[in-house]
Write a protein that binds this ligand. Structure first.
Ligand SMILES: Nc1ncnc2c1ncn2[C@@H]1O[C@H](COP(=O)(O)OP(=O)(O)O)[C@@H](O)[C@H]1O
Ligand SMILES: [Mg+2]
Length: 255
């Protein structure tokens, strides 16, 4: 095998990542470096393998081949819970059961889960989640909605809450798979500007999948383009926009 050494300076460094679903190869030979503190967008046509790659990093898929280092440590064999403790966080959709609960209760639950779960939790400990939960709602601009049912929130507000819940785990690397899906243009920019601000202010690293190229141009320092399970191009948003091969993929009806 041709050896390409992993980049030890990168927070996340992937080499020769391969993932197949049965006989279908979703990721062919992905090598990818994400420097600490970078905001990086992953773009590409539907079915390119973007969600698969995010799920590989988050430890949610079996049978991933290749090598993946996070902060210099090999992570492909770790579970999502272990990865969360190491500092890899991703948003999860608020599940049905939690929709009837309030915004604040959901945020408190996020703090409970990141502090080790419900097992053995006493009422006093739950109360101790109140302060950090409320502070996080302020951070993501949702404090005024603290008492509202999540079911009554707009999509934009719910996404902001989910983002805040992901921050409760204090991740070094935050993975967002299409955080703005279904939102209006205005909501998209509003959410992602807040995400960028929080990521920078708190020294986190961001990898996000986004279809809105204007949002990508504004939020990402660098962009990777994934096409049919392989990385076609990596560069600044300007470089990617000017890349003829990338243009061909997007304008050639691959979307
Ligand atoms: N669980 C699965 N079983 C079989 N095929 C899958 C599965 N998940 C995704 N795929 C296929 O893998 C390819 C990549 O999917 P995905 O990573 O979701 O792409 P993207 O997020 O870029 O739209 C698609 O062709 C999809 O149909
Ligand atoms: Mg996807």
């Amino acid at each position: 095998m041709e050896t390409t050494t992993t980049n030890n300076d990168a927070l996340l460094s992937a080499r020769h990542i391969r993932k197949a679903y049965g006989s279908f190869i979703a990721l062919r030979d992905i090598s990818f470096d994400l420097p600490r503190g970078e905001r990086h967008a992953l773009i590409g046509p539907n079915g390119a393998g973007k969600s698969t790659f995010i799920a590989c990093i988050a430890g949610q898929l079996p049978g991933v081949q290749g090598e993946m280092l996070f902060a210099g440590e090999s992570i492909l064999s770790l579970t999502p819970a272990q990865l969360a403790r190491k500092g890899i966080g991703r948003t999860f959709q608020i599940s049905r059961a939690f929709l009837e609960m309030t915004v604040l209760e959901n945020m408190m639950a996020a703090f409970v889960i990141t502090s080790g779960g419900w097992a053995g939790l006493r009422a006093r400990a739950f109360k101790q989640m109140l302060e950090p939960a409320f502070a996080m709602l302020e951070t993501v601009g949702m404090a005024e909605r603290a008492g509202d049912r999540v079911a009554d929130l707009s999509l934009g507000d719910r996404k902001r809450l989910e983002f805040g819940m992901a921050l409760a785990g204090d991740p070094d690397l935050l993975l967002l798979d299409e955080p703005t899906a279904g939102m209006s243009i205005k909501e998209r920019h509003f959410l992602m500007e807040m995400v960028a601000e929080r990521v920078d202010a708190e020294g986190r690293t961001l990898l996000f999948v986004e279809h809105d190229i204007d949002v990508v141009m504004k939020i990402a320092a660098r962009v990777s383009v994934l096409v049919r399970g392989a990385i076609l191009a990596v560069g600044t948003p300007q470089e990617i926009k000017a890349n003829d091969e990338v243009q061909a993929v997007y304008l050639g009806g691959g979307h």
